[in-house]
Design a protein. Structure first.
Length: 458
């Protein structure tokens, strides 16, 4: 790794000194030097799609300067070059980290899911702050290691489920925390997309020639090597178990986020799933995952059931006690409370039911925040985010536990109904990261890493 220049050393010393000064005052003011070298210098891995969205939003902060852009596809730099010209290009994040060294203060990660942990943990091991796209990691074990490493290194982290900071989710979670519908008896969450809607394949596709602008070895990364196909890159990877997490992996950390935030959830006690049919390659078209969490001061009992559905499956609208002319949103959550119900669409403001009970209800004033700038401000001030890996890690673990339960259905699908004959319940020991009643399922908590791409524990 290159040694920092005196200018870089001065800049890093400035940022550290500012952080200590601000934290000692006990308020979130940010002190910056007039020198451009006092800016947070950011490198980004993944520069198109959501990667570009993250770069654009992070780059709109006056305290940010980009120093490196990395992508395995050389044709995907056009947008970032137009918005932020003159930033160095890399194909391999490891080369970028080694070459730029202490010129980098923070890293944004927006690769396909299977590479999140590899990139983010390499950055954190080097002492870099990290903004990582949802679902944070592709496996339960990776999510756990990312949380532990972030705490160990003391870096500022943030998951890219940006609606966490939107006024709609902030208002919805506030209403629940403040008791608008009383203690919560049950939650239903759902998303309208299917787990494999981006293609109709059930088995790996025929091999295609690798385009000259794609470094396929780097794209595969930690996953088992397979031949290139346009059915994977640049977008359809979400459908495949080796690379993405289907509908739950794509949207779980969005839609379950206000459930976790409002109710202070950490880890489920049990998880069980049914689905429309699954093999070892592609995620199911639709599924139902039932989580049971320990109760707390926000819940009506000593346990709380949270039911996730996707692929067009939704709870019965009658549960919400909404007017007959209304219907549940295509995606969102229904909180059933002792004193009423709350529907929080993805993404729209919260609605309270039954209507007659909440007629004249005065909604409190709430403000949204810029999710990306919250992270930048925390990096510059030595502060903390509400969506750091200490919070996002358990949320991501819960999402991926649902996918573990779904994958247990392989070989147990009734061809007449397309559903599992006997759903297998996961009893989850979160502290030990074990499944005591089904130890054979523990292999699904992690993955086999390709030689040379192993991820070391935190």
């Amino acid at each position: 790794m290159t040694q920092p220049s005196s200018a870089v050393s001065s800049r890093r010393a400035f940022i550290q000194t500012s952080a200590l000064a601000v934290s000692s005052l006990g308020f979130p003011a940010i002190t910056r030097s007039a020198s451009p070298n006092s800016k947070l210098q950011v490198a980004s891995v993944g520069v198109n799609g959501m990667g570009f969205s993250d770069i654009k939003n992070i780059g709109e902060h006056a305290g940010v300067q980009f120093v490196g852009f990395c992508d395995i596809d050389s044709k995907r730099f056009d947008k970032v070059d137009g918005a932020f010209p003159g930033v160095a290009h890399f194909a391999d994040f490891r080369e970028m980290f080694a070459k730029l060294g202490d010129q980098i203060d923070a890293v944004s990660v927006a690769t396909p899911d299977h590479m999140h942990a590899a990139v983010a943990m390499a950055a954190m091991r080097a002492g870099k702050h990290v903004y990582c796209q949802k679902p944070l990691a592709q496996t339960v074990w990776e999510a756990r290691q990312m949380r532990l490493l972030a705490a160990k290194k003391g870096v500022v982290t943030q998951m890219g489920n940006q609606i966490h900071s939107n006024i709609e989710y902030r208002l919805g979670t506030r209403l629940i925390r403040e008791g608008a519908i009383g203690k919560i008896k049950e939650v239903h969450s759902w998303v309208g997309v299917t787990g494999n809607e981006r293609n109709k394949l059930l088995e790996p596709p025929a091999a295609e020639k690798v385009p000259e602008h794609v470094n396929w070895d780097l794209w595969i990364g930690v996953a088992p090597m397979r031949e290139y196909s346009g059915a994977y890159h640049p977008f359809v990877w979400r459908d495949w178990q080796d690379f993405g997490g289907g509908a739950l992996g794509d949207f779980g950390c969005h839609i379950l986020d206000p459930v976790f935030t409002a109710l202070g959830l950490k880890a489920p006690l049990t998880v069980v799933a049914q689905n429309s049919g699954i093999n070892r390659h592609i995620w199911p078209t639709s599924q139902q995952v039932q989580y049971v969490f320990p109760g707390n001061e926000m819940t009506a009992g000593d346990q709380l059931k949270v039911t996730w559905t996707d692929g067009g499956l939704r709870p019965d609208r009658k549960l919400a006690k909404m007017p007959p002319e209304l219907d549940l949103p295509k995606s969102g959550s229904l909180f059933i409370g002792e004193e009423g119900n709350l529907v929080l669409a993805h993404v729209a403001g919260p609605r309270l039911y039954p209507v007659e009970k909440f007629k004249g209800f005065s909604y409190p004033k709430e403000e949204g925040r810029n999710h990306w700038h919250v992270w930048v401000d925390a990096c510059l001030s030595g502060g903390k985010t509400s969506d750091g890996f200490d919070y996002a890690g358990p949320l991501a673990e819960t999402v991926q536990l649902g996918n573990v339960a779904t994958r247990l259905a392989v070989g147990q699908v009734d061809p007449r109904t397309g559903r599992m004959e006997t759903p297998r319940l996961i009893e989850w020991d979160a502290e030990a990261m074990r499944i005591p009643n089904l130890p054979e399922a523990e292999a699904l908590l992690t993955r086999d890493y390709r030689a040379g791409w192993e991820i070391q524990p935190a």
